[in-house]
Design a protein around this ligand. Structure first.
Ligand code: FES
Length: 144
């Protein structure tokens, strides 16, 4: 079978339906630009918006557990309020002097102006990929 050649390089088309089991955050217009906001406690998730792009990541610094939602955002980087560790909000990569693991990140979809976050974390690039503990609950409707 021949796969049609894509002439545009704009990436995959935007989703037309919310991801199954995703957390509904609210309207994109209500998420302030360039600030960090905590959206969930279990798991602790924070997000940052840049224009139409939203990045979600764990709201717990891997260095000593400070809340990153109390940190400061500059571009695609967030600075931990406790010891000034710096992380990329899109990849979770640690950029500062601390030899931390990367932040867990979460897939975000914006459908009809509403932001949804998949609460099963993507594994950090420097961590082993593990099964999301919520995956079993979603599949069977009950926890393991
Ligand atoms: S707790 Fe975040 S850098 Fe130490």
């Amino acid at each position: 079978m021949k796969v049609p050649f894509r002439r545009d390089h704009s990436g995959p088309p935007p989703p037309t339906a919310p991801p199954e089991g995703a957390l509904r955050v609210g309207a994109l217009a209500d998420v302030p630009e360039g600030t960090v906001r905590r959206i969930a406690d279990r798991p602790a998730i924070a997000l940052v918006r840049h224009g139409d792009t939203v990045h979600a990541f764990e709201d717990r610094c891997p260095h000593a557990g400070a809340l990153l939602s109390r940190g400061t955002v500059a571009g695609d980087e967030i600075t931990c309020p406790s010891h000034r560790g710096i992380f990329r909000v899109d990849t979770g990569k640690s950029l500062g002097d601390f030899n931390c693991r990367a932040l867990r990140t979460y897939a975000v979809a914006v459908v009809d102006g509403i932001v949804y976050v998949d609460t099963c974390a993507r594994a950090p690039r420097d961590a082993k990929r593990g099964k999301c503990p919520d995956a079993e609950t979603r599949a069977t409707g009950r926890s393991a």
